[in-house]
Ligand binder design. Structure first.
Ligand code: PLP
Length: 368
């Protein structure tokens, strides 16, 4: 029996069928129908933020919100290379230049103490990532951004439902992007959202995801198509009813991982963040001076049919398409480079059993 790194959350089959039934009557399958509107309102409430715009995936959500800020071509955006390809691509595909900032060695989010040294007269924005669901140092980033007149757009793809002292993660910065991909804590099969507080962004984002069409006979710019369909929205409505339960199940698995792997020599775990309610999206384990290297642990797990992931290896700045840029290759981000070389995320999803977590830990520790 194999254990995959993740397993998508799904509502009961009948619940989804019930939810999509009226689409057969209305024949309104996409273009901001009733399901789209309902999910948007429910997410504004759940994420505790005034505005949510829904997208067909998280990547286009990030591309669109960066585009909506109207930065001039060739401007610099400070970001982390310790992330999924999407973050860096969204910057580059907008004609902007990514400037890679190192991460801090505790929670692997963008190191706010290294940010100011990278700001030039071309810098227009910061795109930090709440990586693994770990909250960035939002206060420090906000302060630096304000002092230098920079926008802050969070890649919050991993941070659905995370709060700091009761405040939803979507309330920090100028905007945040969430991914509702099948593998994320909350999914709409494929999907995503931008959250923001500034009312003036509502029309821009809504137009942008629908070809730039504004009203029946007007097109205000060359927008693409990034709309969420009614079937995606219906999946979101169902999954949202169950998401707190799914997070609680993830939490139980994470607590068991912590009991088994915490305090073991050569294994480093991210500490729980003070005041933060986690969503237990991922459980990064760093093997530094352990009896096996990260790659050996990965291979041993595979022999036992357990599929782990080297999230995030390589750094995006090590990708063929970025390695020759300034800051490519990761030599300016030594902490990120090091963590990428020794981190592993073992399987984690709602419904991972106690026996499975025990087996995975036995293999990691060398007892199986
Ligand atoms: C999943 C993810 C994305 C992209 O989201 P999609 O919905 O798959 O397009 C962006 N950034 C990070 C960090 C992610 O993990």
């Amino acid at each position: 029996m194999s254990i995959n790194v993740t397993r998508s959350s799904l509502p009961p089959f009948e619940e989804y069928c019930e939810e999509i039934k009226e689409l057969w009557e209305s024949r309104w399958l996409t273009n901001m129908g009733v399901k789209h509107k309902q999910l948007q309102a429910e997410l504004e409430a759940y994420l505790d933020v005034p505005h949510v715009t829904l997208y067909t995936n998280g990547h286009l959500a990030l591309e669109n919100v960066i585009a909506a800020m109207n930065f001039s071509e060739g401007s610099e955006v400070i970001t982390t290379p310790f992330t999924f390809a999407s973050t860096t691509h969204a910057i580059v595909r907008n004609g902007l230049v990514p400037v890679f900032c190192d991460v801090n060695p505790v929670d692997y989010t963008l190191d706010a103490t290294k940010l100011e040294a990278l700001i030039t007269d071309k810098t227009v924005a910061i795109v930090p990532v709440h990586v693994y669901g770990n909250l960035c140092d939002v206060e420090a980033l906000d302060k630096i951004a304000k002092a230098h007149g920079l926008k802050v757009i969070y890649d919050a793809a991993h941070a659905f439902g995370v709060t700091l002292n009761g405040v939803g993660v979507a309330n920090f910065g100028d905007a945040s992007m969430f991914s509702f991909h099948a593998t994320k804590v909350f999914n709409t099969i494929e999907g995503g959202a931008v959250t923001f507080r500034d009312d003036s962004l509502i029309a821009t984002l809504n137009d942008m995801k629908n070809f730039g069409i504004h009203g029946q006979e007007s097109c205000v710019y060359a927008g693409g198509n990034a709309k969420m369909s009614e079937f995606q929205a219906a999946m979101g409505i169902c999954n949202l009813r169950h998401v707190d339960g799914e997070i609680a199940k993830r939490r139980a698995a994470v607590e068991q991982y912590r009991r088994r792997l915490g305090g073991v020599e050569g294994i480093t775990l991210c500490p729980e963040q003070e005041g933060v309610k986690s969503n237990y999206a991922y459980f990064p384990v760093v093997f530094d001076g352990f009896r096996y290297t990260r790659d050996e642990v990965f291979a041993r797990l595979k022999e036992h049919d357990v599929i782990a992931r080297k999230y995030f290896y390589p750094l995006t700045s090590d990708f063929e398409c970025y390695v020759d840029m300034p800051g490519g290759g990761g030599e300016r981000t030594p902490v990120a480079k090091h963590i990428a070389s020794c981190v592993l995320t073992p399987p984690l999803y709602a419904g991972l059993t106690e026996e499975e977590v025990d087996l995975i830990c036995d293999v990691i520790l060398g007892d199986a």
